[in-house]
Design a protein around this ligand. Structure first.
Ligand SMILES: CC(C)(COP(=O)(O)OP(=O)(O)OC[C@H]1O[C@@H](n2cnc3c(N)ncnc32)[C@H](O)[C@@H]1OP(=O)(O)O)[C@@H](O)C(=O)NCCC(=O)NCCS
Length: 142
């Protein structure tokens, strides 16, 4: 198992992984090829994938704007789940973010996603029950 930076050629496999993992994503807007590759060009160290025998089996796409580091699109191939890979990907990207000066790490997790909530807690993330997420969209595709 090898964790490495995402390459632009990985996009198709990344989407296949998200499908297998049942990740809630949209193949338009911010998850479109165009947008992901644009983000990758701007921050080539923040999108990581796990590779096993040439196949992408894990992902984490982080973003950092100088305040919080966000861990997005954490996904592990069902065949490889429960073996510590999700945690490993998160810890790896946290260390990349730390090198950039990031000191606060965050994830948005759907309330029904028990496994991800357990993973976040296991990684030392605090569940903030006092905060509700508000959002405003200029484009429904995003
Ligand atoms: C969430 C996900 C990334 C976890 O990846 P993983 O490789 O299976 O996770 P790990 O093996 O590193 O386990 C991390 C923690 O998750 C929890 N966990 C793992 N498998 C679990 C299970 N079957 N039931 C409940 N909790 C579980 C445990 O707390 C575990 O920590 P522990 O091993 O110290 O007890 C993976 O299940 C996944 O891809 N899910 C679908 C996509 C998704 O929902 N992504 C997150 C979006 S926010």
């Amino acid at each position: 198992m090898h964790i490495r930076k995402m390459k632009k050629e990985d996009y198709g496999e990344l989407i296949e992984l998200w499908e297998r993992a049942g990740l809630d994503y949209k193949q338009c807007g911010r998850d479109s090829r165009e947008h992901i590759l644009k983000e990758l060009r701007a921050n080539p160290d923040l999108f990581l994938v796990a590779e096993q025998d040439g196949k992408i089996v894990g992902s984490v796409l982080a973003t950092y704007g100088g305040r919080k580091g966000w861990l997005n699109r954490v996904a592990v191939d069902p065949e490889f789940q429960g073996k510590g890979l999700g945690k490993k990907l998160c810890l790896k990207v946290e260390s990349v973010l730390r090198k950039r000066g990031c000191m606060i790490f965050a994830m948005q997790i759907h309330n029904s996603n028990k496994r991800s909530k357990e993973m976040a807690k296991g990684l030392g993330y605090e569940e903030r029950k006092d905060i509700i997420y508000f959002r405003k969209k200029d484009n429904d595709d995003f």
